[in-house]
Each structure stands twice: as structure tokens, then as C-alpha cells.
Design a protein around this ligand. Sequence first.
Ligand SMILES: [Zn+2]
Ligand SMILES: [Zn+2]
Length: 233
Amino acid sequence: MSRLIFLGTKGEIEEETPRHQYHSSLLIEVDDFRLLIDYGLKHRYTLEEIKPEALLITHAHPDHYSWLELEIKTEVPVYLTEETLKYGKYKPDNYKVISLYESYNLNSLEIIPYPVLHSIRCPAVGFRIKISPRQTLVYNPDLVDILEKDRMLAGIDWYIGDGSSLKSNLVRRKGEQFFGHTRITTQINWCKKYQIKNIVFTHLGKEVIEKEEEFTQDHPDVILAYDNMELII
Ligand SMILES: [Zn+2]
Ligand SMILES: [Zn+2]
């Protein structure tokens, strides 16, 4: 049995509600193994309390990576890209540099980091994680697009995506480069194309938090995560 625990579910916004107080962060529990993804500045629990065996970081924005501004001492191995490591003011003591599209085995989990379009200065990755022979998920809480969707989304059971925007356009452009956030509806269309049955959004933005009930009525098959939500998969 595996559990997904959404420790935090909001993006880099000032607004908060009782359901969305902490920056997006996901804890994956498989048997006794605990893998944490992202650890931003607003977190309910410390790493001593969460006790993950490993921590993966998507990118160096403050809602995902506390070492950007804070020196946090921990022996937990922190997996991140070279760009994220260099961008932070501080570095985790036990860091492990990861490369795009390389496969990493942590306990029984198989993890592949892949590039997503999101920020020009802080390049971001998503993670494709095989939890069991029958359950594979992708986690990309902040993105405009996935560079290689065919390669990363085929055969996925769970899509956990960026809930920043419902209708407003949060995609920005600088020269040829795009950054920001794509809409929830665009991501739902990707899931339809790749026949991904389970769709969850985290990293919720202002617009989504305000229209949460309306959204859930319009999209009964899609889950909007809230702080401490648990899914048994
Ligand atoms: Zn973010
Ligand atoms: Zn970001």
C-alpha cells in the first residue's frame, strides 16, 4: 500500500485559507519508505518531524526550496539539479546533484527528473516516479509546459499538476522564452490525450482557491488537493 500526503498545497501567493496555508509539498510513503518532494518556506512540519529518507527539489523558488533563503541543517539527502543548487543562498549539507532524464532508484521507487518550462532564472523539473509495477505518477507543481510529453506522460496513472490558474493567463514571454503557469484546463487536456485517469492539482493560485467549490462541481473527476489530504493508491 502506498500513501500520498499533500503536506502543503498553495503556490507562491499571499492569500491563504484553512485548507491552503502551506507551500506545495508532497510526501510519498511506500511501506516504511518516505520520499518528500519540495520543502518551501511555508511548511507546517520540520524535516525532523516529517522524517523523510530523501527529499527531491523541483526548482529554486522560495515556495519549493527553503535553502534559497534559509540555512537548514539536515542529514536528509536532498536531490536537486546543478542550477537549483547554484541559485540558492545556502546549500543542503547532504546534496545530490541529479541530471535530466536519468533514472534514480531510491528504495523500491524509480525516479526520472524531466525538464519543464516554468522559469528562465530557476529552471524547473518534474518527477516521474514509478511507485509499483501498477502505479506511476508525475509531479510537476509549477509549469507552462512539459518539454517531452510523449516520453513523460505515456503510461502514467496519476498526474499531479500546477493549480495556479483556471481561466486567467499566467503565461509570460521574454523574447523566445515562455515562463509562468499554464491553465488547469490545458493540463486536463494533456491527461485526456494520454489517457491518464487520476488527476490532482496542487500549488493552487488565488483564482482557484476562490472558486474551489465551483471548480469541483464542474470537474467531479479532478481532485483539488488541500493541506494534509491523503490518498491511498
Ligand atoms: Zn511555485
Ligand atoms: Zn516556481
